[in-house]
Design a protein around this ligand. Structure first.
Ligand SMILES: [Mg+2]
Length: 255
């Protein structure tokens, strides 16, 4: 697997909250030292690339650069910009990572008459914020969901995930969202463009069968399930989602 381009998940694969997962740094150091290309592929739309890099550097990872991160917010913005080049007005729910991804594609933030409403997680969004974008959705703006995550695990327990917020909007405006993040095909297609790599050359590494591994399987891309996060080997049978390889620890990938 040395000649592969690695697309690596973050939460549950590199770290849990603010703690590095055993073997993760050794694995990244190995990739860097052997000039093996990789990017991090994350459904988290909150952090900018710089914030994502700093988050890992603070945990002790080394050699991590902002351009190594590709988020569901970036995929959403890139996909809509490419697919609807004449529609430039948007509004959004989201944090700095969502905002920056939209600005990167020169979208115009317009709360009066947007063509699209992007929904990424905003942990400070209010009833008024939601109602404001709902009015645009009811009047014809298209709903974009950066990711489907129902629940966001935290040290305090389960939190509402972005997918649950997107569902709320779907219910309120009776419109199905354009879905972007893992396991959806848009995410991997945009990531391949971003990394400028052919899917035959890629291997996806992640801890989640329903997002990381399912996306790889759907796209015919090789996958590695690492059982340091959400799913283990028994879950492969229970969910009937089979990765190409399973390792208990990313050190298992170093040959
Ligand atoms: Mg994960």
């Amino acid at each position: 697997m040395k000649n592969k381009f690695y697309m690596i998940d973050l939460d549950g694969t590199m770290y849990l909250g603010t703690k590095r997962i055993k073997g993760a740094k050794t694995f990244i150091d190995y990739l860097l030292n052997n000039n093996i290309d990789f990017i991090f592929l994350t459904n988290n739309s909150c952090r900018t690339q710089i914030q994502a890099a700093n988050h890992m550097l603070k945990m002790g990872f080394e050699g991590i650069r902002p351009e190594m991160f590709y988020t569901s917010a970036m995929a959403a913005s890139d996909y809509i910009a490419r697919t609807y080049p004449t529609k430039r007005k948007v509004n959004f729910i989201g944090e700095k990572g969502m905002y920056e991804a939209l600005i990167e594609n020169n979208f115009i933030i317009d709360s009066n008459n947007p063509d699209f409403i992007f929904v990424g997680l905003d942990r400070n969004a209010s009833y008024q914020d939601y109602s404001l974008v709902l009015r645009s959705l009811v009047h014809g703006a298209r709903l974009i969901g950066t990711n489907d995550d129902r629940i966001l695990p935290s040290e305090q327990g389960e939190n509402i995930g972005n997918g649950s917020v997107v569902k709320m909007f779907e219910y309120a405006c009776q419109q199905e969202a354009i879905k972007i993040g893992k396991p959806h095909n848009v995410m991997i297609e945009q990531a391949l463009r971003y990394a400028n790599v052919a899917k035959e050359d890629v291997i996806i590494v992640g801890d989640n069968l329903e997002t990381d591994i399912k996306m790889g399987n759907n796209a015919n891309i090789e996958t590695v399930l690492v059982t340091t996060g959400i799913h283990n080997m028994e879950d492969c049978y229970r969910l009937n989602i089979k990765p190409t390889y399973i390792v208990a620890n990313l050190i298992g990938l170093i040959k």
